[in-house]
Design a protein around this ligand. Structure first.
Ligand SMILES: *Cc1c(COP(=O)(O)O)cnc(C)c1O
Length: 357
């Protein structure tokens, strides 16, 4: 590869030179005072982003590590997996592979999870945990988190486990107010860090539940995170480079201001939506439930998607995604996560227009 390609896929996204530079900060020992100070220094900002007064934990794994960990730590009786796309469908498979009693609450891809159906399922009393993907990255759909959380409040014994990997920091997600018991996010999507790192926070109830669940293992044992977290350490040696990168990214986020950041995501997303409409395409996700961090375009024009994305990459140096899983080729996805602005997204959209048949 000679030309550098700019990523507009929904993860990993472009990582800024500033972030990369921060990641080359000289190493420190993970049991040293320097490390504890680093973790302590970034912690208030992490709590602001989680909108939580709980400890925020740092996991050296991609999102799936701690998503699997959530199930292994919090499910005794049975887990209800809300499924509406590739990532949420996979959580059901992961739950079963962890040996848990798992039940699928499936809607068609592109449709949101229905709060009334959640209520009906939980009323059976068969479940003590529920998994939900806030922003289903495969279909570009944002689930009605507030409505679903209102249902969960009727079932205090059901652990509310929420993946916010592709929406975290791009839209407000008030963890404590929504009664989320475990909220998980990853590094390479909305946070625009390299992949291989994730963050999470837990309610007190979640920690109490974990204490009653056997088979938690070690690497993702919530009680290990809690014990070490009290001293601003991690159970095992973390990716310290990621944490330096995260400190730099938090600086960017709070310099920009959260409201400005949320607005920027809405504005960049809106111009992608305009492109979709202007070019005779439709959206994959249902109206009213579309993500603001990425756009999943329905290929109703039946263009040759692999040809389109290849041309865009080879001739213009922009990489978009040609559809995920069973909707590959039937859709394509454009991300506006991370540092993208109207000025950086416009050249992409112009190039996309020129690559259309
Ligand atoms: C990317 C993503 C993940 C995590 O995937 P990893 O490959 O483990 O980083 C989880 N959930 C959603 C919604 C995602 O978009």
């Amino acid at each position: 590869m000679t030309k550098t390609v700019k990523l507009f896929i929904p993860g990993p996204v472009e990582v800024s030179a500033k972030t990369f530079a921060a990641m080359t900060t000289p190493m420190i020992g993970h049991r040293s005072g320097d490390f504890k100070n680093l973790y302590r220094e970034i912690h208030p900002r992490l709590q602001s982003l989680f909108q939580s007064n709980k400890q925020v934990y740092l996991s050296t794994s991609s999102g799936w590590g701690i998503m699997e960990g959530a199930v292994r730590n919090l499910v005794n009786k049975g887990v209800l997996n809300c499924m509406c796309g590739a990532f949420s469908d996979k959580w059901y498979d992961v739950s079963k592979r962890c040996g848990k009693e798992a039940t699928a609450l499936q809607v068609e891809w592109g449709q949101p999870v229905d709060p009334a159906a959640v209520d009906q399922a939980l009323a059976t009393g068969k479940f003590d945990a529920l998994t939900l993907i806030h922003n289903e990255t495969s279909t570009g759909l944002m689930n009605p988190l507030a409505e679903i959380s209102a249902v969960l409040k009727k079932y205090p014994d059901v652990m509310f486990i929420v993946d916010t990997v592709s929406s975290f920091s791009a839209v407000p997600i008030p963890m404590d107010e929504l009664g989320i018991d475990m909220m998980v996010t990853g590094s390479q999507k909305a946070l625009a860090l390299p992949p291989g790192f994730s963050l999470f926070a837990c309610s007190d109830k979640a920690m109490e539940r974990a204490a009653q669940v056997s088979g938690r293992g070690y690497y993702f044992d919530l009680l290990e995170f809690k014990k070490n977290g009290e001293e601003f350490m991690t159970p095992s040696t973390p990716s310290i480079a990621h944490i330096f990168g995260l400190r730099s990214k938090l600086e960017d986020i709070f310099n920009e201001g959260l409201e400005n950041r949320f607005r920027r995501h809405r504005e960049t997303n809106a111009i992608v939506h305009e492109w979709v409409k202007a070019n005779g395409f439709e959206f994959f996700a249902k109206d009213g439930f579309r993500s603001v961090t990425l756009t999943c375009v329905r290929n109703n024009r039946e263009i040759d998607v692999p040809h389109f994305t290849k041309k865009l990459r080879d001739e213009f140096g922009f990489q978009i995604d040609g559809g995920y899983g069973k909707i590959k080729g039937k859709s394509f996805r454009v991300s506006n996560m991370g540092d993208e602005t109207v000025d950086t997204v416009k050249p992409l959209l112009d190039a996309m227009s020129r690559c259309l048949p």
